[in-house]
Ligand binder design. Structure first.
Ligand SMILES: [Zn+2]
Length: 246
């Protein structure tokens, strides 16, 4: 774009008397605020109160694309959480070091992690935060209950045109495994999911009240195969009060 054209556009922008939107990320190159009137639903649906987009279009677009992935996937992930779980995003999880280490290992290496333990020990809290870290890096993360997962799988099976969950996520939290009635169809899609994560097609975090052997038993003949594909199973026994006190 030639110089006079750039100056003309900048003049028009200034004349508009633009308002800022503090809810949108600032310019990744210079930190200028975003303008009001955009929703950032796509990388190009934002404008900043600066000249970067004209002066360095390529670098600006590349950086805005990166910011968009982090912003967009954090938001999609947050919206996939039941409202009562959204508070977990602001609250750090406190508990045993070996549990935290397993989660950090999963965040780094991916694959399958299975968190189990009695209700009320904070498994879901921990799982919500573990995948949140990945969403904030711009990975496509989602949180689904076991029931929601089967529901989606059924829709996919009925409609070949429906978008495939496995094509749409990099990271999935499947919460509270073992509650839904396991039909042969459900057993098959659950096994398929764990298998896909085992092949590193996605990173899968499972939570359940049941130890892995017990959860797997519901799969019948596939129980052994499922267990061998669960990378790591860790029992969550709730916060360690002594460590918190000390
Ligand atoms: Zn800028």
């Amino acid at each position: 774009m030639d110089r006079s054209k750039v100056e003309e556009i900048l003049k028009t922008l200034k004349a508009r008397g633009v308002e800022h939107d503090p809810g949108l990320p600032p310019c990744p190159l210079c930190g200028a605020p975003a303008l009001r009137g955009y929703d950032f639903r796509a990388p190009h649906r934002v404008e900043h109160d600066c000249e970067c987009t004209y002066r360095e279009p390529e670098r600006y677009m590349a950086e805005v694309g990166r910011v968009w992935r982090r912003w967009h996937w954090s938001r999609v992930y947050r919206e996939s959480l039941p409202p009562t779980y959204r508070g977990y995003l602001e609250r750090p999880w406190e508990g045993r070091r070996e549990v935290l280490e397993a989660v950090v290992g999963w965040q780094r290496e991916g694959g399958v992690l299975y968190l189990f333990g009695p209700p009320g020990t904070g498994k879901t809290h921990l799982a919500v935060r573990a995948a949140w870290g990945k969403a904030q890096e711009g990975r496509r993360a989602l949180f689904l209950s076991e029931w929601e997962f089967y529901e989606r799988a059924r829709l996919e099976a009925q409609d070949p045109e429906a978008p495939r969950l496995l094509d749409q996520v990099d990271v999935l939290v499947l919460d509270d495994l073992g509650k839904a009635r396991l039909t042969p169809f459900a057993a098959e899609v659950l096994f398929g999911l764990v298998e896909a994560a085992h092949r590193k097609s996605l990173d899968l975090l499972l939570t359940s009240n049941y130890p892995p052997e017990e959860a797997a038993r519901r799969l019948g003949e596939n129980a052994e195969a499922l267990l061998s594909r669960v990378g790591r199973a860790v029992e969550v026994r709730g916060p360690d009060r002594r460590r918190r006190a000390g």
